[in-house]
Design a protein around this ligand. Structure first.
Ligand SMILES: [Zn+2]
Length: 393
C-alpha cells in the first residue's frame, strides 16, 4: 500500500469539493477564492475586466514606456517562449510603443519540434534579440525527478527557471522594466489584491510559484549549490540596485488568448500544434515541452483539475464556449494519460513504470479519489458532471 500525501493539509485546499457556478474550475485550485454566490475569483475578474476603460489603460502603458525608454540598449525584458502570449506582448511593445525589447526564454526540459520552431520563427520573423537560458542536463534531470517525487510536479524546476531567469537577465543587462503577459494570479483566480494594479511583488514568488519549496531546499537531496545555480534568482540587493519592476500586459491591454493566437500567427510566424495536446481539446497552448503533459496530469491527480478543466474554464470566462460545452469537454478529455511522451519521461527521469505509478498514486488526494477496485480502479469521487446531475435531480 502506497503512503499518500495529505493534499488538504499540504495545499490548504477545502476538503469538500465544490465547482464554480459559472465555469468548470473547482475550489481545489490552490489559492482560488469563491464568493458567497459560489462564483470563483477568476470569473469575477472576467466580469470586472469588461468594465475597465481600456483606452485609459493604453495611455497608462504609453506613459510607462515613456518612462523606461532609453537612448541606447534595451528598454524592456519580455519573457517569451515563442508562444502566442509572449509573442504578442513583445511585438506589441515594439511596434505600438517603439520599445526595444530583449526577449528571453527559460528552455523547456525536452523541446518539441513545434516549440523549437516557434521560437526560431519568433526570433527570425518577429525580429527580436533573444537570450536562451538552460541548466546543465544532469542537474535538470535530477531536479525533474525530485520535483515529481517530492512535490508531485516534475515541472517545478522549470518554474524556478522560468520565474528567476528573466530577473537574472534584467540584472545582467541593467534593464529595470520586465513585462509579462497575463497575471495568472488574477486571470485564473488567486489573490485579488493583484487585480487592480499592474505589478507584482517579487516577495510573492515563493508562495505563488514555488509552493513554498525553494531551489535551495532541494540541496539536501544530493544536489550541489552548483547544480541549482542556474535556477536561482539574483539577490534582492541586486534586484533593488537595478530597480526592477515586474508589470503585466494583461493590466494594460484586454487579455484574450485567442486574439493573441491570431496576432502571433500574423506577426511572429507562430504555428499551432498539428496534434491535439493530450488531456485537453486545444492545440495552441503550452506546446513546447515533451514532458509538460505530466505537469497537467499531476494537477489532475492532486486536485482533480486537469488540462481540459483549466482550458474550458478560461474559454467560458472569455465567452468562447458555454458552461455545458465546457463540462462535456472536461468529461471527455480531462485526465487523459500523456501517453505520447511517456517513454521520454521515463528515460529522462530514470524511473521504471512501476516506480512512476507508485509516485503518482502517492499524490492522489484522498478526498478526490476512490479506488473502486477491479476493472474500474481509481475514480474521481466528485466529478463536475456527476455533481451537476445530482443538483438537477
Ligand atoms: Zn468560475
Amino acid at each position: 500500500m502506497t503512503e499518500r500525501v495529505d493534499i488538504v493539509a499540504r495545499y490548504g485546499v477545502p476538503r469538500e469539493v465544490k465547482f464554480c457556478k459559472r465555469c468548470t474550475i473547482s475550489n481545489q485550485r490552490p489559492r482560488i477564492v469563491f464568493d458567497e454566490e459560489g462564483i470563483c475569483g477568476a470569473c469575477r475578474y472576467a466580469e470586472y475586466k469588461r468594465s475597465i476603460d481600456w483606452e485609459q489603460r493604453e495611455d497608462e502603458l504609453a506613459d510607462l514606456c515613456q518612462k523606461f525608454r532609453k537612448k541606447r540598449g534595451y528598454d524592456v525584458i519580455v519573457p517569451c517562449s515563442g508562444g502566442k502570449d509572449g509573442s504578442f506582448t513583445a511585438h506589441y511593445l515594439k511596434v505600438r510603443h517603439a520599445m526595444t525589447p530583449l526577449t528571453c526564454t527559460w528552455a523547456p526540459n525536452v523541446y518539441t519540434d513545434i516549440g523549437r520552431q516557434n521560437l526560431e520563427n519568433f526570433i527570425d520573423v518577429g525580429g527580436f534579440d533573444h537570450v536562451l537560458g538552460r541548466a546543465n542536463g544532469n542537474a535538470n534531470r535530477k531536479l525533474v525527478r525530485l520535483g515529481f517525487e517530492r512535490i508531485g510536479d516534475p515541472f517545478q524546476s522549470f518554474i524556478y527557471g522560468q520565474t528567476n531567469f528573466p530577473l537574472t537577465i534584467a540584472v545582467k543587462y541593467d534593464v529595470p522594466l520586465l513585462m509579462y503577459g497575463e497575471n495568472g494570479e488574477v486571470e485564473y483566480g488567486g489573490d485579488m489584491k493583484n487585480a487592480y494594479r499592474p505589478t507584482r511583488d517579487i516577495e510573492d514568488h515563493e508562495k505563488h510559484y514555488f509552493s513554498g519549496v525553494t531551489p535551495e531546499s532541494l540541496i539536501e537531496s544530493g544536489l550541489t549549490e552548483r547544480d541549482i545555480e542556474a535556477y536561482m534568482a539574483p539577490s534582492m540587493k541586486e534586484i533593488e540596485a537595478v530597480g526592477i519592476e515586474i508589470h503585466f500586459m494583461g493590466y494594460y491591454h484586454f487579455w484574450d488568448p485567442q486574439e493573441n493566437f491570431y496576432y502571433a500567427i500574423e506577426h511572429t510566424g507562430f504555428q499551432p500544434n498539428p496534434l491535439r495536446s493530450e488531456g485537453t481539446y486545444s492545440k495552441y497552448a503550452s506546446l513546447d515541452d515533451q514532458i509538460d503533459g505530466f505537469h497537467y496530469y499531476m494537477a489532475y491527480i492532486k486536485f482533480g483539475i486537469g488540462r481540459a478543466t483549466s482550458d474550458s474554464a478560461h474559454e467560458i470566462r472569455d465567452g468562447k464556449i458555454t458552461r455545458e460545452e465546457g463540462i462535456a469537454l472536461v468529461r471527455r478529455f480531462d485526465g487523459e494519460f500523456p501517453r505520447r511522451y511517456f517513454q521520454v519521461f521515463l528515460d529522462y527521469t530514470g524511473l521504471t513504470e512501476e516506480e512512476f505509478y507508485r509516485i503518482v498514486d502517492s499524490w492522489r488526494g484522498e478526498h478526490i479519489w476512490e479506488d473502486r477496485g477491479g476493472n474500474r480502479g481509481w475514480e474521481l469521487k466528485s466529478p463536475i458532471w456527476a455533481m451537476e446531475e445530482e443538483e438537477s435531480a
